[in-house]
Design a protein around this ligand. Structure first.
Ligand code: NDP
Length: 444
């Protein structure tokens, strides 16, 4: 029997939750249908009184058409639900009893419950080889992330701890690596000699979508910038890794993030926080928390390659236009020959994260008067990746490959970077602005 044929068990703690239904189970279904996953026994756990049929229906709905594929259908036939309070060692013991093959435990739980479940697992003891899969937010500060890391490493070695950042499972985000390190043409230009500035933007038209319970405690800075957008920044700024070995690759990510600081060191000048009009009155929102639905910070990557280039990271909800892209703006040419006339648009490389597209903007003396410059754009658009992001995440888990998971020290670095901003916001040093729903955000 090959490793690929050996049955594995995926235990989902938080079976009735939103993440499980919307992202995790559909990702599992797609992975199983793609045919390169091992046979998977799926165990759902939660506090609800569900019978086996109710859980099976939930899984079948989430699998959709994928449920007809052989391996997915087998998982559906075998899946079981266990009623359990996952903070109780006895319940966890029951849950893990009789698991087939290698076990992966996915904590699809509120963060505070995840910590309690990990503490309870210390009492239970885990079978050799068990993997732990954790969701963001990973801690709420560098010190809480560090203490969670200490707890986790008492349960499993670092290479078996998968901290999910599903952006790393997005094909375009990963394409940054291919674009930079599998070509000669872009990489020599990426640095302070040629780059003026970099924007990494994730603006959404969507508002809360019923997720106030989670979002109001997180806000845009922690929900998007501290996690996903800093990972993109790291991919854009890291040095070429020698290989995609998880240790080597994640050393490169960590090294890039260690150089990141707040631009100018002053949160008042380098951060914006705002919320859309009406947010404070929405169900589940506590106005006293002053949660932002839009955050923007400017960062410096303080190393030889990037010193002096501002990186603007921004994410907001309920905006007029969804804009999800990294834009590298190049410096002006040192001199344009006298005699050229025209639009003189800046050279830009735009990497869009949905729809997935690469675009390079520059000037050329195109048709018509040869001395009048015309703007042109070279574009490449690709379809979505073979698997949805959670399918990629689970593939890494089943294959014991933590390449796409956030290493413990990296998670701590990400908090270290945003902490001065969080402290200034908590102290009221940066005003909470308001913007109309459907607008482009707060106006200066
Ligand atoms: P939900 O509140 O929808 O689900 C949480 C689940 O945890 C519920 O099924 C709940 O079951 C269960 N649970 C809570 N306490 C216990 C307990 N003591 N024992 C057993 N089960 C328990 O949260 P989400 O699914 O939205 O989020 C889960 C995690 O994923 C969070 O860390 C979140 O930050 C993260 N995440 C979520 C995303 C999303 O889109 N939803 C996106 C990215 C990350 P019950 O109600 O029966 O108690």
């Amino acid at each position: 029997m090959t490793k690929q044929d050996a049955t594995q068990t995926l235990v989902i703690l938080g079976a009735s939750g939103d993440l499980t239904a919307r992202l995790l189970l559909p990702g599992l279904g797609a992975l199983l249908a793609a045919g390169d996953a091992p046979p998977v026994t799926l165990v759902g756990a939660g506090t609800d009184e569900w019978d086996a049929e109710r859980w099976r229906e939930r899984v079948a709905t989430a699998f959709g058409e994928h449920g007809k594929a052989k391996r997915a259908a087998e998982t559906l036939d075998r899946t079981r639900y266990v009623r359990a309070d996952v903070t109780q060692p006895d319940d966890l013991r029951r849950l893990l009893d009789g698991a087939d093959g290698a076990i992966s435990i996915f904590f699809a739980l509120p963060p505070a419950v995840t910590v309690k479940a990990c503490e309870a697992l210390l009492d239970v003891g885990l079978p050799e080889g068990t993997r732990l899969v954790l969701e963001k937010p990973f801690g709420t500060s560098a010190s809480s992330a560090a203490s969670l890391n200490r707890l986790l490493t008492r349960l499993a070695p670092e290479e078996r701890i998968h901290r999910v950042d599903h952006f790393l499972g997005k094909s375009t985000v990963l394409n940054i690596l291919g674009l930079r390190f599998a070509n000669r043409i872009f990489e020599p230009l990426l640095g302070s000699e040629h780059v003026e500035s970099v924007d990494i933007v994730f603006d959404e038209e969507l508002a809360l979508e019923g997720r106030a319970g989670y979002y109001d405690k997180a806000g845009a800075l922690a929900d998007m910038i501290q996690s996903h957008l800093l990972q993109i920044l790291a991919l854009l700024t890291m040095e070429a890794p020698l290989s995609l070995d998880p240790q080597v690759f994640r050393d490169g990510i960590a090294e890039a993030l260690r150089a990141v600081r707040l631009w100018g060191g002053d949160p008042k000048a380098s951060s914006v926080r705002a919320r859309y009009a009406g947010y404070a009155g929405e169900a589940g929102v506590d106005p006293a928390r002053q949660t932002e639905t839009l955050a923007e910070i400017v960062l410096a990557v303080d190393n030889w390659r990037w010193a002096g280039v501002p990186f603007r990271l921004r994410s907001g909800k309920a905006l007029g236009t969804g804009r999800k892209e990294a834009v590298i703006l190049f410096k002006e040419p040192p001199r344009i020959p006298d005699g050229f006339r025209g639009p003189d648009q800046p050279d830009r490389l735009r990497i869009s994260f949905g729809p997935d597209r690469l675009a390079l903007d520059f000037d050329i003396n195109g048709p018509g008067d040869p001395f009048v410059l015309d703007p042109v754009t070279l574009e490449a658009e690709f379809g979505p990746g073979e698997l949805p992001p959670y399918g990629e995440v689970l593939r890494g888990v089943f294959e014991d490959d933590p390449l796409l998971s956030v290493r413990g020290d990296v998670a701590e670095q990400c908090w270290r970077i945003v902490e001065p901003v969080q402290a200034a916001w908590r102290a009221g040093e940066v005003p909470l602005l308001e913007y109309p729903v459907g607008s482009s955000g707060p106006q200066d």
